[in-house]
Every structure is written in C-alpha cells, then in structure tokens.
Ligand binder design. Structure first.
Ligand code: HEC
Ligand code: HEC
Length: 96
C-alpha cells in the first residue's frame, strides 16, 4: 500500500521534471537568435559602450522613440531592454 503510493509519487516527480526541463528548453529555443543587430560602433552609439546597460537604455528613445528620427519599425519585437538583444561589442561592465 505505502509502496504503491511512493511509486506514484516518483512517477509524478519524473513527469514534473520532464515538463519543467521541456518548457525551459522551449523557452530558450524561442529566444531571439544571436543574429540580432549589434549596437553599431558609430558616433551615435559609441558613448553607450562603456555604460551600464540600464543607464545607456535611458537614451535610446531620444532617437529611436516614437516620432523620432530613427523610429523603430512597427514590427520591432518587445522593446523593454534594448541591450539584452542588441549586444555591445565591448566587454561589459558588471550591472550596477
Ligand atoms: C543620437 C541618436 C541615437 C541614439 C541616442 C541611439 N541611436 Fe541607435 N541609431 C541611430 C541612428 C541614426 C541609426 C541608423 C544609422 C546607423 O546604423 O547608425 C541607429 C541604428 C541603431 C541600430 C542598428 C540597426 C540596424 O539595422 O543595424 C541599433 C541596434 C541601435 N541603433 C540601437 C540603439 C540602442 C540600443 C540605443 C540606446 C543604447 C541607441 N540605438 C541610441 C541613432 C541613435
Ligand atoms: C527582444 C529583443 C529586442 C529588444 C529588447 C530590442 N530589440 Fe531592436 N531589434 C530586434 C530584432 C530581432 C530586430 C530586427 C532586425 C535585426 O535582426 O536586427 C531589431 C531591430 C532594431 C533596429 C533596426 C530598425 C528596426 O526597427 O527594425 C533598431 C534601430 C533597434 N532594433 C533598436 C532597438 C532599441 C532602441 C531598443 C530598446 C528601446 C530595442 N531595439 C530593443 C530585437 C530587439
């Protein structure tokens, strides 16, 4: 009786494990590909290279915000943290 119960528990834990690792895999698989454009190394973006990510992201909308000169395309993906997707080429300072 107790033995049956624990077998069921073990099976349940195994299923749970497979579901969790499976979803994690799918989540990572669906992440944006590394082909996303890097932050360009030009006069507009140079100053962001040594900055902390959060600090630098405050300035992006000055040029890439709605109605600005370099407005993002309508089908641009989630805009929350620019530099998580658009990597800088310079080694990163640790996040403040
Ligand atoms: C002073 C204005 C300005 C600021 C501030 C600025 N950008 Fe830009 N950005 C531009 C312009 C203009 C272009 C298009 C020409 C070029 O490639 O440099 C561009 C291009 C880009 C590109 C390249 C797109 C492609 O198709 O290759 C990325 C990525 C980008 N910006 C991200 C950012 C991020 C992230 C920030 C904030 C850290 C930022 N920009 C801040 C003006 C700016
Ligand atoms: C979830 C990932 C992600 C985030 C966050 C993100 N981008 Fe992008 N961005 C992309 C992808 C994917 C493209 C499509 C073109 C490519 O492959 O680079 C793109 C394209 C661009 C372009 C080229 C022009 C256009 O509209 O297609 C610019 C400029 C740009 N992003 C700037 C930014 C800025 C500024 C932010 C923050 C406000 C930002 N991105 C946040 C993934 C992202």
């Amino acid at each position: 009786m107790t033995e049956k119960k624990s077998t069921k528990k073990i099976i349940a834990y195994n299923i749970l494990f497979v579901v969790i690792t499976g979803s994690l895999f799918l989540f990572l698989w669906n992440a944006p590909p590394e082909t996303t454009a890097f932050l360009p190394l030009d006069e507009n973006h140079e100053r962001f290279m040594p900055m902390g990510k959060k600090e630098a992201e405050k300035f992006c909308n000055d040029c890439h915000g709605d109605g600005e000169d370099a407005e993002l395309s309508a089908d641009h993906p989630d805009k929350y943290r620019c530099l998580f997707c658009h990597k800088r080429v310079v080694p990163e300072k640790p996040e403040e």
